[in-house]
Ligand binder design. Sequence first.
Ligand SMILES: [Zn+2]
Length: 353
Amino acid sequence: MAQPFRFRVNQHGPAGSPVREAFTPAAPKPGWVRIELKAMALNHLDLWTTVGLPGFPLPLPLTPGCDGAGILEAVGEGTALPPGVEPGGSVMIAPGLSCGLCPACFRGDDMLCASYGVLGHVSDGTAATHVLVPAANLLPIPGNWSFEQAAAFPLVFLTAWEMLVHKVKLRPGETVLVWGGGSGVGSAAIQLVKALGGQAIAVVGSEAKAMKCWDLGAEHVIVRGDMKALPGKVRDLTGKRGVDVVFEHTGALTWGASLAACTRGGRIVTCGATTGRETSFDLRALFAKQIQIHGSYMGRREHLWTQLALIQRNPTNPPFRPIIDRVFELSEYPEAQRYLESGQGFGKVVCRV
Ligand SMILES: [Zn+2]
């Protein structure tokens, strides 16, 4: 077999700066397993891990990569495995790491655990030929899904389900404004909104992306232009009401329009700030319209099992599936990071190992 390798963030730098190095994968300790990765998927967290976040020091050197799928190669001594997972079998990885021992974990709110972190952000991740994870983070791969599909699934669907189902409790018939409909989490949200009986109004940057959002089941698509005109377009599409829910992950550039597009008593849920993390707004818009704002980060691991069950009913024609934009080789991981940063793709950027 070829020499195992991984990519390392030795010091923070621009997207694409992680450095390839050979390494010897360790034996898994009790409770942990080792995966021979067949595919990994990129997320914006890969970029944050590489570039660095002010006030949030990371344990460098670090291998980025939150999402992955592969073969369960080695199991720590005395370690039990989740249902449907066998040594030598195909698995995908839940990206959240938590203690499993605290009240938040017992409640199922593992992403509220004091020691919660994401694979590839607080510990070595999947931009590698092999990765070590707790056995509790394994899930079987649904149906005949490829490793690429399995790798592209967990983080964005975990995040979008948490936001739509757990945080804003989307009801059938409600309208949802989905920013960045061509992003990984946006393309997941459009499909989930439809599967949950809602209507997605997707916002995208180009006509080409608009066509793909229709294909995913968006009720309406707005090609973003002048941001000031956007709330008016949303009101036109919703009989002057505005949307019941705004699915935010873009941040500073869109926040004002999100408030303006939200109906009275509506909800805004946000999981990111890719266009900037500081914004200001008129508080009157918040209280006069009685808008609820929900912050969301990752999601309960249970959500992956719930979605897996829904997919398993009909794996060849599931109600939602990861949208893969482009597949690189793992050796091209730095290039894949730069491509993700460029924002030109639609859906997930994946590396085949
Ligand atoms: Zn915990």
